[in-house]
Design a protein around this ligand. Structure first.
Ligand SMILES: NC(=O)c1ccc[n+]([C@@H]2O[C@H](COP(=O)([O-])OP(=O)(O)OC[C@H]3O[C@@H](n4cnc5c(N)ncnc54)[C@H](O)[C@@H]3O)[C@@H](O)[C@H]2O)c1
Length: 348
């Protein structure tokens, strides 16, 4: 490994270029932007031109076969996360994979196995954990300031926001699902992270598709075969519970992104970027507003953290082992909705 780590991007779409390449480009002392690959060569060329990347590869296998590459971001449609991440780990690369880690828990476990066999790091790109507010909340919770957290609520509810009808986001075989796997992995993950990631034991949920039309290939009409809303309830090891709701479209006043942690000593909420603590001061209930910056979710502290982990050997804080638990919940949300009953995943 030279003095600079050589970085490569696989998947040069909105998130690949706008988040990954842009944020690695902000670390020129530690990172050389070495290579890009996209199945659409024009996108790879454009990304390379925009950021001065040296090599445009013809296949991702060729990129992974280049021994110079140290770190790879995998920012493709979800169905390719597991196969490409596993191939990258097997080729000895450190992997920064976008959320969701994979299509389901079985694939996520295969990534964990590949990571352990390779002795390389794999970090899931859960940018919402890396905001100053989330890190403040984590320290606050870990200090025991909330007492016992016995219940949480989380959600990301859009009024109108189905991504690209007919594209990969709305096609189950490429995405794995709708808002649950797209938005749920962010805020359900953040909730569980703050709670210390207890193992899920049961899930009861319903998923609905009331907005997007089903695809009609005979008419050449694009559509969607994933849910546009899912809501439910999960029990966690140790006795706590989480109520959740995620939607791309619903008839509500406005988009809301929220989590609430209910503890025996205090509560904490993060709603549309506003952090609040609900406690008692001088015998009165009181709301506290911690003065931490809301830096937005696509800052580059996530990337800086991963570079530091690769350099120092420190374990990244968005672990694929935790993503396995998240994917167990997501699998169970779909299974519960289909079966019309609660699903027990305590032995999964
Ligand atoms: N963390 C976040 O806030 C955030 C936001 C948006 C997207 N994402 C995630 O990023 C990933 C990509 O989403 P996006 O919005 O950039 O989608 P996108 O459609 O804009 O980009 C996907 C890119 O992958 C390319 N691609 C398709 N098949 C490929 C293959 N076989 N090999 C290489 N490249 C291939 C496409 O040509 C396209 O350029 C998804 O997993 C998504 O969930 C995360």
């Amino acid at each position: 490994m030279g003095s600079k780590l050589k970085y490569a991007l696989i998947g040069c779409g909105g998130c690949g270029v706008g988040k990954h390449l842009a944020s690695y480009a902000l670390c020129p002392d530690e990172i050389e932007l070495y290579g890009v690959y996209d199945v659409d060569p024009a996108r790879a060329e454009a990304a390379a031109r925009k950021h001065g990347v040296a090599h445009v590869f013809a296949t991702y296998q060729a990129l992974l076969a280049d021994p110079a590459v140290d770190i790879v971001s995998v920012v493709t449609p979800n169905a390719l996360h597991a196969p490409i991440s596993i191939a990258a780990l097997q080729a000895g690369k450190h992997v920064h994979v976008e959320k969701p880690i994979a299509m389901n828990a079985a694939e996520a476990r295969a990534i964990v196995a590949a990571k352990n066999a390779a002795g390389r790091w794999c970090m899931v790109a859960l940018n919402n954990r890396f905001t100053e507010q989330a890190q403040f909340a984590k320290r606050f919770v870990d200090e025991g300031q909330l007492g016992e957290i016995y219940h949480a609520r989380c959600g990301w509810r859009r009024r109108r926001g189905i991504p690209g009808l007919g594209g990969w986001f709305t096609t189950k075989s490429l995405s794995g699902g709708g808002p649950v796997i797209d938005l749920g992995v962010h805020y359900f993950d953040l909730t569980l992270y703050l709670m210390g990631y207890p193992a899920p034991t049961t899930v009861s949920a319903m998923a609905y598709q009331k907005f997007g039309p089903l695809p009609d290939p005979a008419q050449g009409r694009p559509g969607m075969d994933v849910e546009d809303l899912a809501a439910g309830f999960a029990r966690l090891a140790g006795g706590a519970s989480v109520a959740f709701e995620f939607s791309w479209a619903s008839n509500i006043q406005q988009e809301t992104i929220y989590l609430e942690l209910l503890g025996t000593r205090a509560g904490l909420s993060l709603v549309n970027g506003e952090l609040r603590i609900f406690t008692e001061v001088g015998g009165q209930v009181a709301d506290l507003i911690p003065q931490v910056r809301n830096a937005g979710a696509w800052g580059n502290s996530e990337t800086r953290h991963f570079i530091d982990c690769v350099r120092t050997g420190r374990e990244p804080l968005a672990k694929p082992e935790e993503a396995v638990k998240m994917m167990q919940i997501i699998d169970a949300i779909y299974a519960s909705s289909q079966a019309g009953r609660e699903i027990d995943i305590s032995a999964a």
